[in-house]
Design a protein around this ligand. Structure first.
Ligand code: PBG
Length: 308
């Protein structure tokens, strides 16, 4: 009766890494308990999600081929586009969110186009908007730009609207820090920058007023949801977004945050389930409405055993 905060099934979004091919479900060494899936295997997962009551997935793609402009990111037959079409055809009720970024698709591993060893913000915007449009055309419910280029929410909104996708929402990675905790993801997605780092476009972990500015820009540009990423070291930022804006706030408990708990638990240093619940409840207590987490399935199973 006196518990102030609860994690609900409907808060949980499960991320997936999709690969080309058929019949493959391969464990990701950097992310214990997570797998690379071909589209047919993803559909089997969706069946499990349905049984667990999870309502949302976030899709990342691993292309067959990388090039300087990340062509597969916005190709109609790209891996994410194929996955979205298959999921929506079989599980129309599942909310499909797609990560919109070029870093998995570029041979240099940066999130946009490079000129003279520097990111070209405005040229990148067009390719990101084309990526978002191709996801919407495949049937995505929400596109989630994670590139951190300036002005991308506005450009994506314009292009979606021009093509009749007024109903496709934008979950913006509004506050995305240049973090060490993306390490396992970059290994899983093959998206480590080949030179330099992402500090020209991702945020300085020391800044919180800048987080408010980034979020305010996204609100005026047309975002439907705001995201803070990583989550655990940025609870103050989650709280201030919740207090300052009326849009839903999503928290992304990222790969490194997840892997730390998994590895510590494997070593017998902590109780994995208790650590998971404490972490996710903490994100809710800070103000998160939506939890993007590799623990989504485990948390859903826990909720089933421990009705709230
Ligand atoms: C793509 C992207 C990243 C993550 C989500 N989208 C990696 C990065 O910015 O380097 C990280 C997610 C995670 O660590 O779980 N830009």
């Amino acid at each position: 009766m006196v518990q102030e905060t609860r994690v609900n099934l409907s808060d949980l979004v499960m991320p997936y890494f999709i690969i080309h091919g058929e019949g493959i479900k391969r464990e990701i060494p950097a992310l214990p308990g997570q797998f690379h899936y071909t589209v047919d295997q993803l559909l089997l997962e969706c069946q499990e999600l349905k049984a667990l009551g999870i309502q949302g997935i976030l899709l990342f793609g691993l292309p067959d081929h990388k090039d300087p402009v990340g062509s597969e990111a916005y190709h109609q037959a790209g891996i994410v586009q194929q996955a979205v079409r298959a999921v929506k055809a079989n599980y129309p009720e599942l909310t499909v969110i797609t990560d919109v970024c070029l870093c998995q698709y570029t041979d240099h591993g940066h999130c946009g186009v490079i000129h003279d060893h520097a990111i070209d913000n405005d040229q990148s915007l067009e390719l990101l908007a084309q990526t978002a449009l191709s996801h919407a055309q495949a049937g995505a419910d929400l596109v989630a730009p994670s590139d951190m280029m300036d002005g991308r929410v506005l450009r994506i909104r314009q292009v979606l609207d021009e093509h009749g996708f007024q109903e496709t929402g934008i979950m913006s990675y509004s506050v995305k820090y240049a973090s060490a905790f993306y390490g396992p993801f970059r290994s899983a997605a093959g998206s480590t920058p080949q030179f330099g780092d992402r500090r020209a476009y991702q945020m300085d972990p020391a800044n919180s007023r800048e987080a408010l500015m980034e979020a305010a820009l996204d609100v005026t540009e047309g975002a439907d949801m705001l995201m803070v990423k990583p989550a655990v070291h940025y609870l103050d930022v989650i709280k201030s977004l919740k207090e300052n804006f009326s849009l839903p706030v999503a928290a992304y408990h990222v790969s490194g945050e997840y892997a730390m708990l998994k590895v510590a638990a494997r070593e017998g240093l902590l109780d994995e389930e208790r650590a998971m619940v404490e972490t996710l409840v903490g994100l809710k207590r800070a103000g998160a409405d939506i939890l993007l987490t590799y623990f989504a399935k485990d948390m859903a199973a826990w909720l089933r055993r421990n009705p709230q």
